[in-house]
Design a protein around this ligand. Structure first.
Ligand code: R5P
Length: 304
């Protein structure tokens, strides 16, 4: 069975790396691109590689879904078109899966967008593979996705990076929701772990509460979270750690959405490094998800 990795714009390098990893594992894998034409009135028109859409080829659309609203309509066009052109199955590899944080109605009339978005993708794809979605009140993807949906964990890769780059790390999750990531990373890095408490006052205003750190003298604080969005959660933690007189902290996250000036603010506040995976492209030397995702694609194709 051949595998075609259809890269939505911006995902070409990810699809190329995956095709190479899958080819090295013995698969006939190719990457190709989906083009988007944007009309002056704001509509979009997607063109897929028709030569790669047939019943003998597994179609995998590769699209990380930061800034999801603009990406979603083209994504659905791609999936529908691949199917119309003969693809038997169309899967979605979304290294970053959006909308998972709105997993409840926090005020009357609010949408539970995690459910709405899950229904939309479930209607258009045969399976979904992603990395560390923000699972909180929704405990697993199967609660909201009606298709086979697998969440890969980047914790081993984060732990490996910390082991190579930080002496005597003290892993710190900046809020209760980060406990699952911080604890998984700490266990693999064989390091102590602390989980802080956070009060969110608004989209851009949070305060984390730092306990006494006297039990960990000479440890380097490593803040671990799943997402850096505005960066305010980690910023509050970095500021308080610096005020408490700890060594300069390191920030490690799976998904660097990094809106606005998130990155420079963290560095200016005293973080020595801010490291994310390449689920979302940005500068620096990211933690590479290719082998994790290539293994995930193989197991998803074997299981579905
Ligand atoms: C939510 O609990 C997540 O785990 C992150 O802590 C949050 O999304 C980070 O957002 P921000 O960078 O805007 O503070």
């Amino acid at each position: 069975m051949r595998i075609a990795l259809h890269a939505m714009p911006g995902n070409e390098a990810t699809a190329d790396r995956l095709a190479q990893a899958l080819a090295a594992a013995g698969h006939a894998a190719h990457s190709c691109t989906c083009g988007i034409h944007r009309f002056p009135d704001g509509e979009s028109l997607v063109t897929v590689d028709a030569g790669q859409a047939n019943a003998e080829t597994e179609a995998v659309v590769v699209c990380t879904l930061d800034k999801p609203d603009a990406k979603t309509v083209p994504l659905l066009q791609a999936s529908a078109t691949l199917r119309e052109l003969g693809a038997r199955r169309v899967g979605l590899l979304a290294p970053y899966l959006p909308y998972m944080r709105q997993d409840a109605r926090f005020a009357p009339g609010q949408a539970i967008s995690a459910r709405v978005y899950a229904r939309l993708l479930s209607d258009h794809f045969d399976w979904l593979l992603t990395v560390d979605p923000h699972l909180h009140r929704i405990r697993n993807l199967g609660e909201v996705y009606a298709i086979p949906a697998q969440a890969l964990s980047a914790a081993p890769l984060l732990a490996e990076w910390i082991g190579r780059n930080v002496d005597a790390p003290l892993i710190i999750g900046p809020d209760e929701e980060s406990a699952q990531w911080a604890e998984a990373v700490a266990q693999r890095a064989n390091a102590p772990v602390l989980v802080l408490r956070k009060t969110r006052l608004g989209d851009q205003a949070v305060r984390v509460h730092l306990p006494d750190l006297a039990a960990w003298p000479n440890h380097t604080p490593v803040l671990v979270d799943d997402i850096i969005s505005t960066g305010r959660t980690l910023l509050s933690a970095v500021e308080q750690l610096r005020r408490a007189g700890t060594p300069a902290p390191v920030c490690v996250a799976v998904h660097g959405l990094c809106a606005g000036n998130a990155l420079p603010s963290l560095l200016a506040a005293g973080a020595t490094r801010v490291v994310c995976t390449n689920s979302i492209a940005h500068g620096g030397t990211p933690i590479d998800l290719t082998s994790l995702m290539a293994d995930g694609v193989q197991s998803m194709l074997a299981r579905t």
